[in-house]
Design a protein. Structure first.
Lengths: 354, 122, 280
């Protein structure tokens, strides 16, 4: 069917007929279809047809489409704006030029949408957009930039992020910088973080989660005791699952370290708390990653014998991490007689080194 | 315990708000776009909703409109929290059925106080 | 030691939901984590954080996402699979469609089992219709069952199954629709099987898909997760056009239409969420 007929089809009465016309225009890839599709978008009552128009424009994939989409970033219609952001995201590096041009817009909302579009484009081509955003005066643009560059692990912005972190006062901005440093920071960043917050008690409540994660990400072996201090803070709203996640990360970086008897006692107490099953399981796995005290191995072996299902699976995971060939061997023995297939499978894998 | 559904495409924002609200005694669940939020809100009853506007797929206005079509959510407070500060945007929020429109970044205490006020719990 | 942080697992979970429309139920979390760990070992990835990064920014063609889909889903098929969902269909959605038809004396029912494989699903639907529609003889019923795999379609045509495929059939329905065959096999009785019309169809074939119109129900369960983002969207868009207004689409119970399209209406039916095309 030729383009003219299809364009006429945009005004057909039946919704499905309009959808087909739009789809076919998309498949035609014709530049002539772009304006008629944009014009139809403005008057089309059906949500499905409007969604289809964006799909068709995406298929046409010409520079003009990107220009139209960039223009939609300041539309009053949230649907149009968000569809445009999505389409631009999927265009990849080809969209960078039109997006960069929009970073000059006086409206900070538009600049933020540029960042949202850039978030989906993973390529160094978008770096100029982040450069511009990190100098932006609007806090929401800055927050969006920090979040996205962190997720994409763009380490070249590390110094800029550290600078923002040290000076920021707006809570969400501090958290955004914190989150980015968790992805791209290094030991030097940890110095800045400790500079601002020497210890857990100096961290505002809403930033504590990130501070704990930073502990897991950067803390030295000697700083293991800080985890112990955190666990002792019963009066603060310190999320247990965040601490356990951070402990696991700490272990991942430092390998099998020793913990004190007091720390071990605290962890045993923690196991008694009302934790979600997957958190309990994780804690038991983490427990197995400590070199000392030796009591840990016996504790896990005992759990394996009499714990509930979650504790059993957690004990298995913990034992796998331990440096105890005798316990590994017993896991394998048990796998051959275990009736529960999921537990048997977990036991059977126990012969492998962690 | 009151349960809040936090809807935002930014995981940073979801986490930030979750942290604040958990500390204030709310149970929390999150969703990254309007459709996921609608599914969660339809499958389970929440006492209060906190939603962003600009998300991929279904935006916050559309989500609010559709949620209000569910009789279970006639009386449930819906708070929109968005980066957009224009009067036009706020009006859209109220037209969609929101009870309150906050502009990001909003002070943590303000968010908590607003939700508690709307729930009639001080 | 691998770092399997729960926060990063949540990121992976969100990314899978976004790209495949698949939601990890809480009860399956341990199972999925174990599979993930093994996959990561193969790839030399040390943490959930790195795996999440790989999925989000290092998987342009979507191959890793597909590998993950195959890892965490079971491909088995048997009759009356996802029983509660079928109950929701039979007890709630079917009457919602039939009642107005009956009132308008338009006694026609069309169902599409998209990706029917060896036929267990369409024959299950045939049994259900014959059992719950008390006056079904007065209705013009057709269940269109399509699949891309000719070998599976041939199996569907033969309509002969082993014990595994039939063990979930409710006992009270069994003898009415199933014939016991030699060597431990079971056949669908012709009276029931004749409701099903089998056809070869590639869901990505635009022309063929456009020929599918006027359906009241589309079942496409545990099929879409094996498609990439763009193809999945194209298929669901075709499903929208293939449905009559008020028609329902059933995906697998941990699947979601998610960001593909916001044009479907969401309904809660018992414990299930279903998608419906708007009535005009």
């Amino acid at each position: 069917m030729n383009t003219e007929t299809l364009i006429a089809g945009l005004a057909l009465e039946d919704e499905t007929d309009r959808i087909y016309a739009v789809e076919d225009l998309g498949y035609s890839g014709s530049a002539k279809a772009i304006m008629p599709l944009m014009e139809r978008l403005a008057v089309e009552p059906s949500r499905k047809v409007r969604e289809t128009i964006f799909a068709a424009l995406e298929r046409i994939d010409l520079p003009d489409v990107r220009i139209h989409m960039a223009a939609l970033l300041d539309s009053d219609d949230a649907f149009l704006r968000n569809q445009a952001v999505g389409l631009l995201q999927r265009q990849g590096p080809a969209a960078v030029l039109v997006l960069l041009a929009r970073m000059n817009d006086a409206d900070p909302d538009v600049r933020k949408f540029v960042l949202d579009a850039a978030a989906g484009i993973s390529s160094t081509a978008v770096d100029p957009i982040f450069d511009a955003a990190l100098r932006d005066t609007d806090v929401n643009v800055l927050i969006a930039a920090l979040e996205h560059l962190g997720e994409q692990r763009k380490s070249r912005f590390k110094s800029a992020v550290e600078g923002i972190f040290l000076k920021a006062t707006e809570p969400m901005l501090v958290c955004a910088a914190f989150a980015a440093l968790l992805q791209i920071g290094d030991l030097a960043s940890w110095h800045f973080i400790r500079q601002r917050y020497p210890m857990a008690a100096s961290v505002p409540d809403w930033e504590l989660g990130w501070w704990i994660r930073a502990l897991g990400e950067f803390a030295t072996v000697g700083e293991l005791v800080v985890f112990q201090e955190l666990l002792q803070l019963h009066d603060k709203n310190v999320a247990r699952d965040t601490i356990i996640d951070a402990l696991e990360r700490f272990q991942g970086r430092h390998g099998r370290v020793q913990i004190s008897d007091q720390f071990w006692a605290l962890l045993r107490e923690l196991l008694q708390e009302n934790l979600a099953p997957e958190v309990k399981l994780q804690l038991l796995r983490v427990v197995g990653g400590f070199a000392e005290p030796p009591a840990i191995g016996d504790f896990l072996a005992a759990l394996l014998a009499q714990g509930d299902r979650t504790m059993k699976l957690g004990a298995i995971e913990g034992i796998k991490r331990l440096d105890r060939p005798d316990l590994h061997a017993s896991l394998w023995e048990q796998s051959r007689v275990e009736p529960d297939s999921e537990i048997a499978e977990a036991l059977g894998d126990g012969g492998e080194k962690p | 315990m009151n349960k809040v559904l936090i809807v935002d495409d930014s995981s940073l924002t979801r986490e930030f708000h979750k942290h604040i609200l958990k500390a204030a005694g709310f149970a929390c669940d999150t969703a990254a776009d309007g459709m996921e939020a609608l599914e969660k809100a339809t499958a389970e009853k929440f006492q209060v909703i906190l939603t962003d506007v600009n998300m991929q797929g279904m935006d916050g206005y559309e989500f609010t409109r559709r949620l209000r079509q569910n009789p279970e959510y006639d009386e449930v407070p819906i708070v929109i929290i968005s980066t957009e500060a224009k009067e036009l945007d706020k009006q859209k929020g109220f037209n969609a059925g929101a009870n309150l429109y906050l502009v990001k970044p909003t002070d943590a205490n303000r968010i908590v106080e607003s939700l508690k006020l709307l729930l009639g719990t001080r | 030691m691998m770092t399997l942080a729960l926060k990063d697992f949540a990121t992976i979970r969100d990314e899978v939901y976004r790209k495949l429309g698949l939601y990890f139920e809480d009860s399956k979390v341990y199972f999925i984590q174990k599979r993930l760990e093994k996959r990561m070992e193969t790839l030399g990835v040390e943490s959930f954080a790195d795996y999440a990064f790989l999925l989000r920014f290092g998987d342009k063609a979507g191959h890793e996402m597909q590998a993950l889909a195959n890892l965490v889903t079971t491909n088995e098929t048997y009759m009356f699979r996802e029983f509660e969902q079928l109950q929701a269909f039979a007890d709630h959605c079917l009457p919602m469609v039939l009642k107005p038809r009956e009132a308008a004396n338009d006694r026609k029912l069309r169902i599409w089992s998209a990706g029917c494989s060896s036929g267990e699903e369409p024959y299950t639907l045939a049994i259900i219709l014959k059992e719950v529609m008390h006056d079904f003889r007065t209705w013009d019923i057709k269940i269109k069952a399509t699949d891309i795999d000719q070998v599976r379609l041939e199996m569907a045509r033969r309509a002969v199954y082993d014990e595994r495929s039939v063990k979930e059939i409710p006992p009270e329905y069994f003898d009415r629709h199933i014939t016991r065959l030699p060597a431990g096999y079971y056949g669908i009785k012709p009276e029931t099987a004749k409701l099903v019309e089998l056809e070869h169809l590639n869901l990505s074939d635009r022309i063929a898909m456009r020929a599918m119109r006027q359906f009241d129900f589309i079942f496409c369960r545990n099929v879409l997760i094996y498609f990439d983002d763009a193809s999945r969207k194209a298929v669901v868009d075709h499903f929208y056009n293939a449905l009559k207004p008020g028609g329902f689409i059933f995906l697998g119970h941990s699947e979601s239409i998610g960001r593909i399209s916001t044009a479907f209406k969401l309904l809660r039916v018992g414990q299930h969420l279903v998608y419906r095309k708007e009535l005009i």
